[in-house]
Design a protein around this ligand. Structure first.
Ligand code: MD3
Ligand code: FE
Length: 221
């Protein structure tokens, strides 16, 4: 008979996949932190996406991003041939982005506090959808007005390998596996570090299907 998954991993490997971890001077992985919130979060996410559906976007360089994007909150992020920006209106509908649902805000604010960032006031939640094969190349997040606030990210669905680099594009990167329900908080001196996501492996998540959805909460304005 098979035992627990603990039997399949060495002590070190299991530790790596299940423990909270400081990954930078002011960056923390909170393993499974969102799990108790998921049931309340998914119906709100569905409502948001009915109003502002996922869409493919083109970068100023002319490349179509492999992740599909949407947003909620006072400001939403988008890109086209003319640049990256936060706007109060969804450029597809010309209507305001859907409001940031309370449960999403509470999750982000509570996780930020857990990582030592009190008084986080997110005004933007970027929603990325990755199907197997989709990735995000190494980049910095520099479109926010101030870098004083942290970024909180919530991973849902298929696992991903997150790349966490330094302040120079060619600095070494650490690879961090992120699973359904994991929350990561980045702030302070780590706020402008390069980061990316390796291509998502084929798979089907029992609750989310064949996709990974990542929510990133920011104070953009
Ligand atoms: C580290 N998204 O939307 S979230 C992005 O998994 C983005 O969808 C990735 O990078 C994803 O911009 C990673 C994590 C993230 C977001 C912002 C950061 C990590 C960060 C800002 C500074 C340092
Ligand atoms: Fe980013």
């Amino acid at each position: 008979m098979s035992g627990s998954i603990a039997d399949l991993f060495s002590g070190d490997a299991l530790q790596q996949l299940t423990s909270n971890k400081q990954i930078g001077e002011q960056s923390y992985v909170l393993r499974g932190y969102a799990l108790p919130w998921v049931e309340r979060l998914l119906p709100e996410l569905r409502r948001v996406l009915a109003q502002s559906p996922f869409r493919k976007m083109v970068t100023p360089g002319g490349f179509t991003m492999s992740a599909a994007l949407s947003s909620c909150g006072q400001l939403g992020w988008s890109t086209d041939r003319t640049g990256y920006r936060y706007t109060p209106l969804d450029p597809d509908s010309q209507q305001p982005w859907p409001a940031l649902p309370d449960v999403l805000r509470q999750l982000a604010v509570t996780a930020a506090a857990e990582a030592g960032f009190g008084h986080f006031e997110p005004d933007a939640c970027l929603i990325n959808r990755y199907v197997p094969g989709a990735k995000m190349s190494l980049h910095q997040d520099k479109n926010e007005r101030s870098y004083a606030s942290p970024v909180v990210s919530v991973s849902l669905g298929l696992p991903a390998v997150f790349l966490f680099g330094g302040h120079q594009r060619n600095d070494n990167t650490q690879k961090i596996s992120l699973f359904h329900g994991d929350v990561v908080v980045w702030g302070g001196v780590d706020r402008l570090r390069f980061h990316g996501v390796l291509p998502i492996k084929e798979g089907v998540h029992p609750q989310m299907g064949a996709q990974r959805i990542n929510l990133t909460f920011r104070k953009a304005g």
